[in-house]
Design a protein around this ligand. Sequence first.
Ligand code: 3MF
Ligand code: MG
Ligand code: MG
Length: 411
Amino acid sequence: MKPIPVAEQRSLVERLTRACGGSYTPEQRRKYFISGPQWAAAYEGQALFHAPTRTPVTFEEVIRLYGEVGVGWWATHDTDVIPSDALFTQEQDAIVERIDKALKNAGVQCSMVTTETFHHAVFAAGPAAESAAVRDYAGRRLENTVGIGHRLGASYAVYWPGSLGYQIQGAVEETQTLRWYAEGLNRACEADIRIAKQLGRPTLKHCMEAKPFEPQAEILLPTSDAMLAFIASGLLTHPEMVGLNPEYLHELMWGAAPRAALGRALLAGKLWHFDINDGYRLKHDVDIAVGLVNPLDWLNVLVLLRSHGFNGPFNLDYKPPRTTSNHGVFGVSMPTAVDRFITLWEMAGEVLEDPILKEATEALKAGGEVSSGDVRDIFEANKELLSLHELIGHRLFQILCGLHKGRTFVV
Ligand code: 3MF
Ligand code: MG
Ligand code: MG
């Protein structure tokens, strides 16, 4: 092939994207409770070792394009849209008005707001730093975000503690820092109760999000399980208002089985919000789009969630790769991520209805006919049935690859 002139590259990408087929319409996509984060669409590709590869975009553009591709909900950090210096001022109010207008124009709803307590230099020692002034500022930011959330009609607030941890061992006393962190969440919940009452709205669902490694060397609440213990620790004045926003990759990163981590959150009644993406075990937070690395694991995750009635919000917290252009973010990255999610979600429905899987699961639960309480008898009575475990794995692979619908290969 000859080199492709720049002017012809977009149409080539668009033609091949269309040729992939299997895409859903914006109307179909809107039926799923999928939210598009401001920061994912506006991410310019920068990192410690990386210069940006994309140019800045406005929130108006992001919201409009989410609406066009059929992502019906939007989420943001306070400072994704309001410069730090404009927080708490009339400029903030004017920006929030503009957001409200952009959302209405696009037919998109604000689902979630979150406070950036990790990027600004003031949070160098974390959101629950030793300095009472830093903690008070963080508390005011959390309260302010709750107010913005109510103004925009959100139902969720998310808390990723970011720098809650340390680089230098011994500099931070863990129990004290966690007490201070709880005070921040308590301020957010108490402000929420006040504001919700004034506005006659329900309170928000406050969801904690764990990440095991970055940005500190050591993290105080590294996993969703640690957060469940924190919620139940007695430090929160309103533990009933606080649940979890697990992120698929954040659990995978530390080596968890994400599905098991989600199962524990479900059992605790705290699975309220879910960041969907993909990546690799024991690596940094690569935030690859859902289903591109672990589609079979993802299918299993969605089987679990569907069978427990969880149906969102599914928040597209991934980073379009640096190799994707500005045009590609909404031309390729976002719609294909949504479409893989929908495909896997519908496939999870097929898994739950599959007669082979149903019978295999029921047979395993029925177990073998045991003639005595003797250990050898019990083992022998179940021995042949247990081959079904591997057959279940095979059947899930078949469903993932469409073989259950007659797809075959000529050999
Ligand atoms: C960091 C994250 C965050 C959180 C966000 C929500 C930038 O790895 O996943 O996204 O999801 O701060 O509170
Ligand atoms: Mg992540
Ligand atoms: Mg996240």
